[in-house]
Design a protein around this ligand. Structure first.
Ligand code: MN
Length: 153
C-alpha cells in the first residue's frame, strides 16, 4: 500500500483527527471495561517494530485498567486528567510524558470537564492485556489515592 507522505492534521468537532486515518473504537465492545475512548493508529508499518497511536478520552471517560508485558510510552497532547501507574496516581496535562513499565497496572482518566488526548508508542507485536481480579483490585484500593482514582472521584 502506498500512502501519501504527509497526512494533514484536520481537527473535527473539537476532536483531534488526521486525514486518511481511520477513527476506531478503542477496543471491541464488551472485551474490557472502558468509557468514551477513540483510537487512531497513526503509524503501523511492516518495516518498523513499533506503532504510534492517538487515543482520545472524552470528558469523564477512562481507558481500561490493565497490565501487560509490553510497555507504553505516552505523550499527552491535549486536555487534562489523571493516570494510574502502578500504585501511584498523577495529574497529567498537555506535553507530559508518561512511562508505563512492563506488568504495571495503568489507567488513564479524563477530567470531568476536559478530554484527554495522547500519543502512545507501543510494540507492534504485543501480548494481550491482563485485567485485574478481585484480589488485584483489593490490593490497589488499599491505597486511598488509588481507590479514589478508580472510583472516578
Ligand atoms: Mn495498556
Amino acid at each position: 500500500m502506498s500512502e501519501h507522505p504527509v497526512r494533514p492534521f484536520a481537527p473535527q468537532d473539537d476532536a483531534f483527527r488526521w486525514s486518511d486515518v481511520e477513527l476506531r473504537t478503542y477496543k471491541e465492545e464488551g472485551t474490557a471495561p472502558f468509557r468514551a475512548v477513540t483510537r487512531q493508529t497513526l503509524f503501523s508499518r511492516p518495516d518498523m517494530r513499533g506503532e504510534l497511536r492517538y487515543f482520545e478520552i472524552a470528558a469523564g471517560g477512562h481507558s481500561t485498567l490493565e497490565r501487560h508485558l509490553h510497555a507504553h510510552a505516552v505523550v499527552i497532547l491535549r486536555g487534562r486528567g489523571a493516570v494510574l501507574v502502578g500504585d501511584r496516581v498523577f495529574p497529567v496535562g498537555a506535553h507530559d510524558l508518561v512511562s508505563v513499565p512492563s506488568l504495571t497496572w495503568h489507567q488513564f482518566r479524563a477530567a470531568p470537564d476536559a478530554p484527554l488526548g495522547f500519543l502512545c508508542m507501543v510494540d507492534a507485536e504485543r501480548d494481550r492485556p491482563q485485567l485485574p481480579g478481585p484480589e488485584d483490585l483489593a490490593d490497589l484500593r488499599a491505597n486511598a489515592a488509588v481507590a479514589a482514582f478508580l472510583a472516578g472521584s
